[in-house]
Structures are given as structure tokens and as C-alpha cells.
Write a protein that binds this ligand. Structure first.
Ligand code: GU7
Length: 312
């Protein structure tokens, strides 16, 4: 069975009992780590929810903070949308084709715009935890090595064999984000909105210090383990893309301390531990920062989409 046929089967399952107003979602939103609250901004009626385990061929997330449900509803009471609460990742053992299958389902549902959110590590020293980075490009390291969602026979039902990506990050949608942020941010708003480049790493390990420095030197502003495979797949099948990262922690770029006696003289075990532990990333801090920033992120996504499609 081709991916196109699997996506068609999943759409038939999802739409068979959907309220008419929800059968043709215009926008799909992928909620990243700790950002599942976005699905609660969808009003109560009309609304439909599907656990991923019930959807034919859908991948099942295993990471804390990734619930695993598809929510259909109206954003801002007018934009028919489908929201993914929780995503599957390559590092969980899923194939690239499997983690990007939901994007194929969006296409078959008639979605024309996909909004992807994620939690990411900050590489740019101007970024602080809690800031939002509107993505305007990416570096797909795994893709360079052939770990790529479009590897293998091209599915002409979805798109061309050699899709360009120089236009991947929709300029009009990014303009709406900046306009929306001007309306949301107040003088008291501490978090900042940046535009930047996302580096995709396969995970599940967080980067080493040297890897973080390499990514920064390559021009990346934030780093994460998701989103880019979905973006590549979305562009392959002609969807408009809007993507935002929440900076949930700062990647550790500082060179590792030398271990020679001269450098470490006079340091006791506790001080040595502090040196090596400084800035170490952890998933709990990622989730906590996601929860803290979720309301602003939700407002920004909804306000942007109302500007882009609210008069439709
Ligand atoms: N240094 C660093 N900090 C980060 N904060 C969030 N993520 C994205 C990964 N998020 C989950 C997996 O989805 C692990 O926290 C990263 C990352 O990949 N690297």
C-alpha cells in the first residue's frame, strides 16, 4: 500500500463522522513539547478528538509531553483546523516516512497551511529562555546524510522528485506573525520574538559542546530533534509552512574545561562537578519552559492565523 493510499484510508476514517464544518480543515497545527495547550484554544463545539492509536497507520509518540491525539475544531470560532497534540520523532525508532505520515494526511484532508511549533535549544547568544524564534530557514544535517523523508521512489501523487526548499518559509505568514506579535507583546512582556535558523539533529542525545559550537558556526540559531522532516514533506506536497521554536534552554557552547592538574588545581570534587554540569540540558526543564510560555505561543499562533485567514 502506498503512502498516498494509507493517507487516503486514514482520511476516510477521520472524516466519516466529522461535523460538516470540520470536514475540510484549512490549517494544521503541530504542537511541540509542552505546547499541547494550543488544542484547548479550540472551542468546545464543533470539536472532534482522535487518539493516534485509533487512526490507521498513524505513528504513536512515546515522549513525555507528547499526548498523541488529533483535534478537529474551529480556531478563533471561524478557521477549520486540525491540531496534532504530540508528535513522533525519528529518535524513537520510527522511520522518516512514518513520522511525516501525519503531514501526508493533512494534505489529503485538504489542508493548505501547516503551522509547526517545537521546543528548541538556543544557540544564538542573543536568545533567552522563553523567547520565540520564527523560523526562516533550516539546516537538515540528517537529510544531508540521506536520513530523509523523501528518500526512495517519489510519490508523484504528492509532489515532484526534486522539490526546491529555498522558498520553504512562507514570507506572507511570517509578516502576519510580526504584526500579531506587535499586538500581543506589551512593555511588560519579557520574551522576545526573533527570526532564525533551526538545525535538525537526530537525537536523542543533546549536542556536545563542540557540536553546539559547530552548529552555531554553520549559522543555526536554535537546535532541535523534530519539525524539519515535517517541513520538507509539507513543501513536497505544496503546503504553506509556518514554524516557531520556543527557546526552552540554552545549548552549552562553552569549551569543555581542560582536565590537567594546573587548570584544576585546588578544585574539590564539588567544584569539578559544577564545572562539567554547567548548563546541562534536561527534558523536564524543556517541558517546564514550554508550559510557562504556552499561553503567549498560543496567542501568537491564533492571532497570526486570524490575520491570515480570519476574513475567509
Ligand atoms: N541543547 C538542546 N536543547 C533543547 N531543548 C529542546 N530541544 C529539542 C528536543 N526536545 C525533546 C525531544 O523532543 C528533548 O528535550 C533541544 C535540543 O535538541 N538540544
Amino acid at each position: 500500500m502506498s503512502t498516498f493510499e494509507k493517507a487516503t484510508e486514514a482520511v476516510a476514517f477521520l472524516t466519516k463522522d466529522l461535523p460538516e464544518a470540520l470536514k475540510k480543515p484549512q490549517v494544521a497545527i503541530v504542537c511541540g513539547s509542552g505546547l499541547g495547550g494550543l488544542a484547548e484554544t479550540v472551542q468546545a463545539e464543533p470539536r472532534a478528538e482522535f487518539d493516534y492509536t485509533s487512526i490507521p497507520h498513524f505513528p504513536r509518540p512515546t515522549v513525555a509531553g507528547h499526548a498523541g491525539k488529533l483535534v478537529f475544531g474551529l480556531l478563533g470560532q471561524k478557521i477549520p483546523a486540525v491540531l496534532m497534540v504530540g508528535r513522533a520523532h525519528y529518535f524513537e525508532g520510527h522511520s522518516m516516512e512514518h513520522i511525516t505520515f501525519p503531514t501526508r494526511v493533512f494534505k489529503r484532508l485538504g489542508v493548505d497551511t501547516v503551522v509547526l511549533t517545537n521546543a528548541a535549544g538556543g544557540l544564538n547568544s542573543d536568545y533567552n529562555v522563553g523567547d520565540i524564534t520564527l523560523l526562516n530557514d533550516h539546516i537538515f544535517l540528517a537529510g544531508f546524510a540521506g536520513v530523509h523523508p523523501l528518500r526512495g521512489p517519489n510519490d508523484e501523487d504528492f509532489g515532484v522528485r526534486f522539490p526546491p526548499l529555498s522558498d520553504a518559509y512562507d514570507l506572507e505568514l511570517r509578516r502576519y506573525v510580526h504584526q500579531a506579535w506587535k499586538e500581543i507583546a506589551t512593555p511588560q512582556t519579557s520574551r522576545k520574538l526573533h527570526e532564525g535558523v533551526y538545525a535538525y539533529v537526530g537525537g536523542p542525545t543533546y549536542e556536545t559542546r563542540a557540536e553546539s559550537r559547530m552548529l552555531r558556526m554553520m549559522g543555526a540559531d536554535v537546535v532541535g530533534m523534530s519539525t524539519v522532516p515535517e517541513i520538507v514533506t509539507a513543501r513536497h506536497c505544496g503546503l504553506r509552512v509556518l514554524a516557531m521554536s520556543l527557546v526552552t534552554n540554552n545549548a552549552v557552547l562553552a569549551p569543555v574545561t581542560r582536565g590537567d592538574e594546573e587548570t584544576l588545581q585546588g578544585k574539590d570534587a564539588g567544584e569539578l562537578n559544577d564545572l562539567i554540569e554547567e548548563g546541562k540540558a534536561g527534558h523536564e526543564e524543556v517541558l517546564e519552559a514550554g508550559r510557562a510560555a504556552a499561553v503567549d505561543m498560543q496567542k501568537l499562533v491564533v492571532q497570526t492565523l486570524l490575520k491570515a485567514f480570519g476574513n475567509a
